[in-house]
Design a protein around this ligand. Structure first.
Ligand code: BGC
Length: 925
């Protein structure tokens, strides 16, 4: 029986925008012999099983969108009637895939393999194909994701033997081969020069994972309906070992950020340009552009100075429209601190320029944004953002290697005669542990620097004092008559509102329930706010949060649109387009009454093996931060929120809930924090998710400097901070042993909301330490109220608040006419791992409101997630979600459902497989 989840809450505009943005994010690395775009009536042979099993996204929470459809490569190509596809080769692949279907690893958490076994090719097949066609397309696919880093071996970062064999055979028999990389992450590119006939690889396209429109988007590029305009958001080095974080990536307990501010191109351009195979910002077009700096003037003075540049861009080609990305880089004086050779300062993309058409782009680079942070005091200005005295040079181009100097007043540089302090701050988040960091040594004749090291400055702050200085004494008033609507109408202050709340109400408010709470939109990650009767009584709405970032994840199976992965979106370098895309995602959030999307992911691409790189944008903080800003702005159009995550330094998946990021304050501020600072300061983002890991010994969720000193006191953030799901905390000052129960540590740090506790568990005050902490004075009512104010101010600006009346949770379901009861069987223990759906007959003798109680277990690691849907007579009514644990069977309850006397067919649908169950009971409530 078909489920009746309403499936039409989809944006009609999104498919086209998703397609355009997926196409614009594709990066053309090579295109010789005018292979692309494919000519009209070209005869094409397509190799590689991913032509049918085209990936749309990476795995884990960031990819788990139930899309209404997905278009694979072949479906996309078939819509292009100008192409003649080698049908017999298509049939060969189809037949082989029938016998070797897509392996999802059983569908469990982080179980999907990184690659799919490739079809072995005989010489005969390839020779036959070469006789029938002019061009070969070879598609190679990879995936990775949450809890599953990539690995440096065949099938992940490297090609498998069968993939190499495919490339060798195809390049031997074809003279024009287009390699399509349907990958979630950059991969090793040494095959480009190692295959038998490298010159036969005439084109290479990073097509990434483009969401539900992947196949159409890549077909648009291949035939030239859209001219490629994507540029790499990362540096592709020859070897994995060339990346400066390589030595320290993938450790289980501590990761030393020895590369410091020399991450990605900041390292390669400064120390090791010869290690770069494809540079940051690089990507080809089908047409040629010329660019000319028409004007470059420094306006304003001192720290208020900014460079205004006008660049004239012309499409010099004769045949194709196209867009070009103009990138502005700057180089700062080495000074006392040492600096990367160049850094991205601004960028802009042109409109679609017709042959011969020209556009003037106006770019602004304010000097303030180039400030460096002195965490050692070497300049004489400790803990300040500053511009060291000396020469500042600027460059404009279309990749970090294709640059022209910008002359200002006919000079090659802008000179500062004295060091300027841009912002005086206090030390925050500095490491407690000594280690060495990278620094430029002597400069060589070729302009590069020798690798040198220096000691990282250590923490000197008395954090306890800093925290207590802000804690005020507070007691609640007794008057209990203000509703949240009164606050919204300006009849009462938020502070008065929270003052009247009982301690119990405050203790409930700082917890979210999930996943798949029956109190809000089914299948979402969390319900928070008015999750108890007491809170509801004050008019506090139940808010919903859902993953993110590339579309809405609803484990109920409800459909939502899915757009390209974060990396692909960043490779568009087109902020306006990404804003439009997220405007439509925001519309879908509104239709589904979801208040915040758990994204964008803003961790930097510190190392190519990080499994969640696909959700993140780039190795560069400016690019990442600007895309996050576009994301926030787009969602806001329809009133939805973004939740910036994972704050901070969640740069690997291995031991993500435990590995300590040991980082200098300077690297944090100039890179890792910067990516978040941009959408907070410029975009007024209202929601942030902290990461699982500790940063310099203190978990993000209980880290005071991270959540209060920097985020709120320095950046002026006034929204909510939530933990990542089932996060660990430790002592905000002393660090040390972790726990999940010490929520007082979280509140003290001003991480407002614990995500998540089980249904109805937010009112279980024995389950955590808040009560105790308040009694002993290690937490104050003032601090609880502070977080309550943050959560409730957010609540005023949500769909939940404006829709309060509309959410109805108890369903009424009609009974069924059954003649043969015996046709239904329930096994004693059903291993849902093995069956997708199980049907059970239920007999109701007495009309009333019921819940279904099931005994469930899920033997997996703690962050693994599985879920099942319950349907009664074809009506969806509950999703039950479980996290992995060693526990044996435990009772779990469905939401309330109103049933009349009669028969009901209960379908248990294993939507995220892995849960075992036995015995279910219908309970009258
Ligand atoms: C992930 C988050 C995600 C959350 C809710 C966590 O395991 O790290 O990115 O938003 O689960 O699904």
């Amino acid at each position: 029986m078909a489920t009746t989840i309403k499936q039409d809450d989809l944006s009609k505009k999104l498919p086209l925008l998703a397609r355009q943005s997926a196409a614009e994010g594709m990066v053309l690395l090579k295109n010789e012999l005018e292979t692309l775009p494919l000519k009209k009536n070209s005869k094409i042979s397509v190799f590689g099983r991913c032509q049918y099993d085209t990936y749309k996204s990476g795995t884990g929470s960031g990819g788990a969108v139930h899309t209404p459809y997905t278009v694979n490569l072949i479906e996309g190509l078939k819509e292009k009637t100008s192409l003649i596809l080698n049908e017999s080769l298509l049939t060969t692949y189809q037949e082989w895939i029938k016998i070797n279907p897509f392996d999802n690893g059983g569908g469990g958490w982080a179980a999907e393999p990184w690659f799919q076994k490739e079809m072995p090719l005989s010489d005969d097949i390839v020779v036959d194909a070469s006789l029938k066609s002019d061009v070969a397309l070879v598609i190679i696919g990879r995936t990775a994701g949450e809890d599953q880093d990539n690995f440096n071996g065949p099938g992940s970062y490297q090609l498998t033997e069968l993939e190499k064999d495919m490339l060798n055979k195809v390049t031997t028999h074809f003279s024009r081969v287009v390699v399509l990389l349907n990958v979630s992450n950059i991969i090793d590119m040494s095959w480009v020069y190692k295959v038998n006939k490298p010159e036969a690889i005439t084109s290479i396209l990073y097509m990434w994972h483009g969401g539900m429109e992947t196949g159409r988007a890549v077909a648009d590029i291949l035939v030239g309906d859209i001219t490629p305009s994507g540029k790499l958001s990362d540096t592709i080095a020859y070897k994995l070992t060339d990346y400066p974080s390589h030595k320290n990536f993938g450790h289980k307990d501590k990761n030393y950020y020895e590369e410091d501010v020399y991450l990605g191109y900041r390292y390669f351009e400064t120390f090791s340009p010869q290690s770069v195979q494809y540079e940051f910002g690089y990507g080809l077009s089908y047409t040629d552009f010329s660019l000319e700096v028409k004007e470059a003037v420094m306006t304003g003075h001192g720290t208020e100075a900014s460079l205004e540049i006008v660049v004239s861009v012309s499409n010099k080609g004769a045949n194709f429209n196209g867009k070009e990305v103009i990138q502005v880089y700057y180089s700062s004086p080495q000074g006392q601190l040492g600096q990367p050779k160049v850094q991205l300062g601004a960028f802009k993309k042109t409109k679609n320029l017709a042959p011969g058409e020209q556009e003037d782009l106006h770019l602004t680079l304010s000097l303030k944004t180039m400030a460096t942070y002195d965490d050692s005091g070497a300049t004489g200005y400790p803990s300040a953002y500053l511009l060291e005295k000396g020469h500042y040079a600027f460059y404009v181009g279309n990749s970090i290697r294709r640059l022209k100097p910008v002359l200002i007043d006919n000079k090659k540089y802008y000179e500062l005669n004295q060091t300027l302090v841009v912002e005086q701050l206090s030390q925050a988040l500095a490491p407690n542990e000594a280690f060495k960091r990278l620094k430029p040594g002597c400069q060589s004749g070729d302009g590069t620097y020798e690798v040198a090291y220096e000691d990282v400055p250590l923490n000197k702050v008395d954090l306890n004092k800093r925290i207590l200085a802000k804690v005020q004494s507070k007691s609640n008033s007794v008057k209990k008559s203000i509703s949240l609507t009164d606050v919204n109408n300006g009849n009462s202050s938020m502070q008065d509102f929270v003052s009247q709340l009982s301690l119990e109400a405050l203790m409930t408010l700082i917890k979210g329930e999930g996943m798949c709470s029956p109190k809000t939109t089914p299948g979402t990650a969390a319900a928070f706010g008015g999750i108890s009767e007491e809170l509801k009584g004050f008019g506090i709405p139940v808010m919903a949060a859902a993953d993110g970032p590339s579309g809405i994840r609803m484990d109920s199976g409800k459909k939502a649109s899915q757009v390209a992965i974060g990396t692909a979106l960043a490779c568009t370098w087109n902020l306006g387009l990404v804003e439009e895309v997220y405007e439509e995602v925001g519309y879908e959030l509104k239709l589904n009454a979801i208040d915040t999307l758990l994204g964008p992911g803003l961790n930097l691409h510190r190392h190519p093996l990080n499994g969640r790189n696909f959700e993140y944008f780039s190795e560069d903080p400016l690019l990442s931060g600007c895309f996050a800003y576009a994301f926030v702005k787009g969602l806001k159009v329809h009133g939805a929120h973004a939740t910036l995550k994972h704050y901070l330094a969640n740069d690997q998946e291995l031991e993500r809930h435990a590995v300590d990021a040991v980082v200098s304050e300077r690297a944090l501020r100039e890179l890792h924090l910067k990516a978040f600072e941009i959408p907070v300061r410029r975009g007024n983002a209202k929601s942030i998710m902290t990461s699982y890991n500790p940063i310099n010994g203190v978990f993000a969720a209980s880290n005071y400097d991270l959540n209060t000193t920097i985020l709120r006191d320095e950046w002026g953030f006034d929204g909510i901070v939530m933990t990542d799901w089932w996060a660990r905390v430790n002592h905000p000052v002393n660090g040390g042993q972790w726990s999940k129960d010490k929520k007082s540590h979280m509140v003290r740090a001003q991480n407002d909301l614990y995500m998540v506790v089980e249904h109805n568990e937010a009112v279980n005050f024995e389950a955590d330490d808040i009560n105790e902490a308040i009694k002993t004075g290690s937490l104050t009512r003032y601090e609880l109220e502070r977080s309550a104010v943050n959560i409730l101010n957010f609540a005023l600006d949500t769909f939940a608040f404006s829709n309060q009346q509309k959410r109805v949770n108890t369903k009424k379901i009609q009974s069924l006419k059954i003649t043969n009861e015996a046709a239904y069987q329930v096994d004693d223990v059903i291993l849902l791992r093995k069956v997708q759906k199980q049907t059970v007959l239920i007999k109701v003798n007495q009309p009333g409101s019921y819940i279904i109680e099931m005994q469930l277990r899920y033997h997996e690691s703690p962050l693994a997630q599985a879920a099942l849907n319950l349907e009664l007579n074809g009506e969806y009514f509950t999703t039950i979600q479980l996290n992995g644990s060693e526990e044996d069977y435990q009772p779990h309850e469905s939401s309330l459902v109103d049933l009349n006397k009669g028969y009901y067919e209960l379908v248990i649908d294993n939507v995220r497989p892995g849960i075992d169950y036995h015995s279910l009971k219908l309970k009258l409530k």
